[in-house]
Ligand binder design. Structure first.
Ligand SMILES: [Mn+2]
Length: 333
């Protein structure tokens, strides 16, 4: 479960705290974690108001096997950015908050803390809070982060994505149902369902082919599938339509190309390609809800961040409001 609150006034601080409490209670998180979330969100909101005047806090619960074990708190703004984060992170550095727990305290409370900021580039902070008594699942060679939002005014997203891990491998798909709203979501879900059913047994091109059959009675979708084998150090890819896919390995970006067409419409065949995958390789997939002109060139150092923060920053800076928008980032460990 997730929720996003715009922060543009001091009254929003209480709203974000309430949203975090509601999310935590609904998902069965402990009162201790909810109290911690309240402190952290207050601090992040106060920083946004003080330095950027406006931003947003995005809250999403973490769950494994149906049990929630944590909360990801991401604060995003397009303010001036923090020139000297090291100084700001020291205890006692005034963030001007009513509680003033400071970035340093926040960092120690967090199971995971990451920040992306530079002058002119805004600030993005990730704080992951985890239940102490519950074991979080391991990374198993891959760390995944994503952000998906529906077009303004819609509750359901016509985009969808999923990933599955098996053995040393991970498979991921991103789907954009044609148009938006419930009919687009229906097409996207049919593609995801096919992916879940088949991807352990067949390659990416065949998954797209099988999805094509499954989507003939729907409005159709564009779809990309990537299968990464950590042992063989290869990534196999196939797509139909305009899902963007780029692999960054050791400073080199390789764009993976999809075949022209629409899943579930006409006669289609997706070509399969393959590239090398090594530890620290990063795969970024996105739908056309992000501007086609998006580029990492504007964000020096972003690739070194946690995939969730990479996805959140790219979404913040390049998502258009006129479509469902999805970014998925997978990093090898
Ligand atoms: Mn779209």
């Amino acid at each position: 479960m997730e929720t996003t609150v715009t922060v543009d006034d001091h009254s929003r601080i209480a709203e974000v705290r309430r949203a975090a409490a509601l999310l935590g209670q609904t998902m069965g998180l402990s009162p201790e974690l909810i109290a911690q979330a309240s402190l952290v969100t207050s601090e992040l909101c106060t920083n946004i108001l003080k330095y950027a005047e406006r931003g947003e806090v995005w809250l999403s619960t973490l769950a494994a096997n149906g049990t929630a074990y944590g909360l990801d708190i991401v604060a995003l703004d397009r303010g001036p950015g923090i020139a000297n984060f090291a100084a700001a992170a020291k205890d006692g550095f005034s963030t001007g908050g009513s509680l003033g727990i400071g970035l340093g305290t926040m960092r120690r409370a967090a199971a995971l803390f990451d920040i992306y900021t530079a002058p002119g580039l805004g600030t993005a902070v990730l704080v992951r809070l985890q239940e102490k008594k519950l074991a979080a699942p391991g990374d198993d060679g891959f760390v995944v982060g994503s952000r998906m939002t529906p077009i303004r005014g819609e509750i359901v997203s016509g985009d969808s994505w999923s990933c599955l891990r098996f053995g040393p491998s991970i498979a991921v798909t991103v789907v954009d149902g044609l148009g938006h709203g419930p009919k687009a979501a229906e097409a996207a879900h049919a593609a995801i369902e096919t992916f879940h059913r088949c991807v352990r047994d067949v390659g990416p091109a065949q998954v797209v082919q099988l999805a094509h059959q499954a989507l003939l009675s729907t409005r159709g979708a564009v779809m990309a599938v990537a299968c990464i084998d950590g042992d063989a150090q290869t990534l196999r890819f196939a797509g139909l339509g305009n899902i963007s896919a780029v692999v960054h390995t050791q400073g080199v970006a390789v764009r993976l190309s999809s075949s022209d067409g629409t899943v579930g419409y006409g006669v289609q065949r997706a070509r399969e390609s393959s590239v090398a995958w090594v530890p620290r390789s990063t795969l970024i997939l996105n739908t056309d809800g992000l501007s086609s002109r998006w580029s990492l060139a504007r964000h020096p150092g972003l690739l070194a961040c946690h995939p969730l923060l990479i996805a959140a920053v790219l979404h913040r800076d390049f998502a258009r409001n006129t479509d469902d928008a999805t970014v998925v980032v997978i990093q090898g460990q």
